[in-house]
Unconditional design. Structure first.
Length: 137
């Protein structure tokens, strides 16, 4: 089955109908009148119209999801803050950890001590010279 560019197909169909309707509205081609042709290509146009509607609804639903997600995250943050402030639970509780947070008693300090950046000089050359019988001066 050959593939068609949907945009070009819609443009082509519209051009055929416009030209036929403007220049020869009463003439029949391929055994069809203009109205019969329009009736036969109507399912194609209906599908295009439905896709436009579905795309608009999808765009609207994405916007609604974005807005409701923001409100839901704020509500979830209130719950987490409430757990942190609860005397029975707090920041060290298992509930707090189960929600994906690192309990306060399991956090690292963040302090790092970097070692020296240069490598120490080794006496490899001196020890290699003594094993071969030559002396290094």
């Amino acid at each position: 089955m050959p593939t068609y560019n949907p945009k070009r197909v819609a443009e082509k169909l519209q051009k055929v109908m416009d030209a036929w309707g403007t220049l020869r509205p009463t003439k029949t081609f391929a055994g069809m009148t203009l109205e019969q042709f329009k009736a036969k290509v109507q399912p194609s146009q209906a599908a295009r119209d439905q896709l436009v509607t579905v795309q608009s609804q999808a765009k609207d639903n994405r916007q609604l999801r974005h807005e409701s997600d923001a409100a839901s995250l704020e509500l979830a943050q209130l719950v987490v803050n409430s757990i942190k402030g609860d005397p029975d639970e707090g920041e060290t509780s298992g509930l707090y950890a189960a929600m994906g947070y690192v309990p306060k008693n399991q956090r690292r300090s963040g302090l790092t001590r970097k070692g020296s950046t240069t490598t120490p000089v080794t006496t490899v050359a001196a020890s290699a010279a003594t094993t071969t019988g030559t002396t290094v001066k």
